[in-house]
Design a protein around this ligand. Structure first.
Ligand SMILES: N[C@@H](CCC(=O)N[C@@H](CS)C(=O)NCC(=O)O)C(=O)O
Length: 278
């Protein structure tokens, strides 16, 4: 059997190693995760934002060990376990953690009073899940032998990012930001942060990189891309995002299998086959 995915480095490094170590003692609330996984980082960010006591358990989800499959028949991380109950799917896990635990400086990460604003947050989380994240993998996994040019994959990702930034310009209660909801960090920010942090991998591995147009060369989109960078600069500096991040070179190593399109991960296979992500 190929070890391309199962042979990944087994532990977080850098700040994420310290965060994992600080949450290694046994606790009834357990997060099963993998240091390299952006879906896990979503849940990790919410745990950090809300200062939720928990136990972090690092696993390799590609090994499909029986004990893990019994918790999550999909065999994916993040998987959350609370006493005898389990939950999975990062968006579901994050909403659960936000609703169940009140703590942290920010309080709830979804708007509480305004039902429309809450629905709008779900709409743009859906945009991240169905547009930006698939676009990220399609560009990162692009190779010369694909039946479409890299420009097509790049345009798809840029469109998703531009629409997200455009929404912040047009609709945010405070268009200055920096967050999706203006001055308040929300679940929408946590949903996208892990891929924002990983955009550098596309610049590292793919000719032309992400390709966000340079200042002064953005035509009608100048304000939109300015807003994108205001959000991006804030998100990569957010304490919860930095605390759940390993050493940069470890991601470069771990994502080589995506860049060469050799991963057997479910995300990688779905991207290759043009199917929806797991
Ligand atoms: N839709 C899932 C996706 C989770 C996911 O794909 N996690 C990856 C790691 S980044 C995984 O567990 N992969 C195992 C596999 O592909 O076999 C979520 O949002 O939680």
């Amino acid at each position: 059997m190929s070890t391309i995915d199962t042979g990944l480095d087994p532990h977080p490094t850098g700040a994420a190693a310290a965060f994992a170590a600080a949450h290694s003692a046994s606790h009834p609330l357990k997060l099963y995760g993998s240091w390299f996984c952006p879906f896990v980082q979503r849940a990790w960010i919410v745990l950090a934002e809300k200062k939720i006591p928990h136990q972090y358990i690092e696993i390799n989800p590609y090994k499909k060990e029986a004990g893990f499959m019994a918790l999550n028949p999909r065999g994916l991380v993040p998987t959350l376990k609370k006493k005898t109950k389990a939950l999975y799917e990062s968006t579901v896990v994050c909403e659960y953690l936000d609703e169940r635990y009140v703590g942290g400086d920010e309080g709830r990460l979804m708007p509480e009073e305004d039902v429309y604003e809450r629905a709008r947050c779900r709409l743009w989380s859906n945009h991240i899940v169905t547009r930006i994240v698939p676009g990220f993998y399609r560009l990162l996994q692009h190779t010369e032998d694909k039946g479409y040019p890299i420009e097509e994959a790049r345009a798809e990702l840029l469109k998703g990012l531009r629409e997200f930034a455009g929404e912040m310009v047009d609709q945010s209660p405070d268009p200055e930001g920096p967050w999706f909801l203006g001055s308040k960090f929300s679940l929408v920010d946590a949903m996208l942060a892990p891929w924002a942090k990983r955009l550098f991998l596309i610049d590292h591995y793919k000719p032309g990189g992400v390709g966000i147009p340079k200042k002064g060369k953005r035509g009608d989109d100048e304000a939109v891309w300015e807003r994108w960078y205001r959000w991006f600069d804030a998100v990569v500096e957010r304490e919860s995002v930095k605390a759940t991040w390993s050493d940069e070179e470890m991601y470069i190593k771990a994502y080589k299998r995506y860049a060469e399109d050799k991963t057997q991960s479910e995300v990688g296979q779905a991207t290759r086959k043009g199917r929806g992500l797991p």
